[in-house]
Design a protein around this ligand. Sequence first.
Ligand SMILES: [Zn+2]
Length: 491
Amino acid sequence: MLVGTAGAAAPAYAGRAEATPGAPGVGDRLYPLLGNGGYDVQNYNLHVTYPEKDPKQTVTGDVTITAVATQNLSRFDLDFGGDSVGVVRVNGDRAAFVRDGDELVITPQHHLPKGRPFRVTVSGYTAKPIEANADSPAGFVTTADGTFMAGQPDQSHNYFPSNDHPSDMATYTIALTAPVGWLAVANGTHVSDKRDHGYVTSTYRESKPLAGELIQAAVGDFVLRKRPSVSGIPIRDVVPRRLADDLLPPLDAERSQLTWMIDKVGKYPFENYGSLVVDTDLGFALETQTISLYDTTLFARPKYIVDPVMTHELAHMWFGDSVAPSEWSSVWQSEGHATWYELEYAEETGIFQQYTGAPDRETYFKKVYARGDADRRRYGPVAHPLKADSIWDVFNPNVYDGGALVLYALHQKIGQRDFQRLEREWVKLNRGKSVDTQDFIALASAVSGKNLRPFLTDWFYGTKTPPMPGHPDWTVTAAPAAAPATRAGFR
Ligand SMILES: [Zn+2]
């Protein structure tokens, strides 16, 4: 609609709320500026170009984001921590932008009405990878062979402009252009390879909702190995070419682990799976969606450590990826469940003692229980980490072992049958969604037919460790030794 004066437009807009700026964050307690208010992203169409065979190079990118306004927007932000920004367009028209820290503040020529879709394109932006550093979050990382992504929890927007919070999941098309001879792999299903003047553009489609923190884009001197599918799910692994003989054989374990996990919790939520191993010392593994990320340091360790860690990352495909935390305070949802299946796998495959030093899960959880009050004091309650000064404040032992301990307490309380029903319902009902601790408490109550709100509220939010059902003799220790470094770094 074109109107001559603001006055003439007034009748058509009568009753409509005035357009206002979208908030610079979604309101996450731990990461206040992550994500943005005022819109809901539906899809990302990302294209990144790697000009040379140089793992340290700056890349250039274009991203087109399709979103729906959730308020009348005069202005909105994307998260972006890369280098330069080229041109920004909204619905095809040039838009003004300014950068304020990691906020890319965009003012479109026309207000964006609530409930309507809009399209924002950021063209010709640049981003430079960093060296892995065990003391800090990773992000867009370089190795001798190429680059990869380890975006959790707040680093993916260093690679591309986005709404970088797991409460806003979206589908992705990722196209990666690199010189012929390099391999480029991203989340989801391979769509095409197109060759042009010495370059190949490899396109991938992730048709299931993805939280941007779990994006993967591995580009470099890698090789891809396809394996026989599992329950109809294609499997592919990606490793540095020069290390393929050593790294490919142990990854085959993911196939039996996938069968094991499907047996535990039901249908695998994505279209494919596999592993990516990079030659660096990250100090963690990461559940990048449909292709778990590991470092070579892990594969230098014994199989009784590698296999449970691989199962942990695989379990995240259900818990953390397909069902994402809608706030970072609920990260126990991802880590507690992944730890639960990691330990159960270790027990069922007869490597528990070697892996943990304890004879069985009951003994192990008794030790975790003993640290309960100290861990709650040091890190905060399970569903309420105290702070996010460092990534390790959020990804702390009390969300891993502490989160698994809450599941143990719940299992004790409602029994194996209801516990397994709850787990299977949780991943089925919430597939492709972001949910939080309150949703888990509500479903646990519904499935068990018991009001578990008081019980689970104490376990998730209490500063004291509640009594353990079935183990009245378990006690907390006043001043236990600090939680041991996790068995294989963070995962
Ligand atoms: Zn994990």
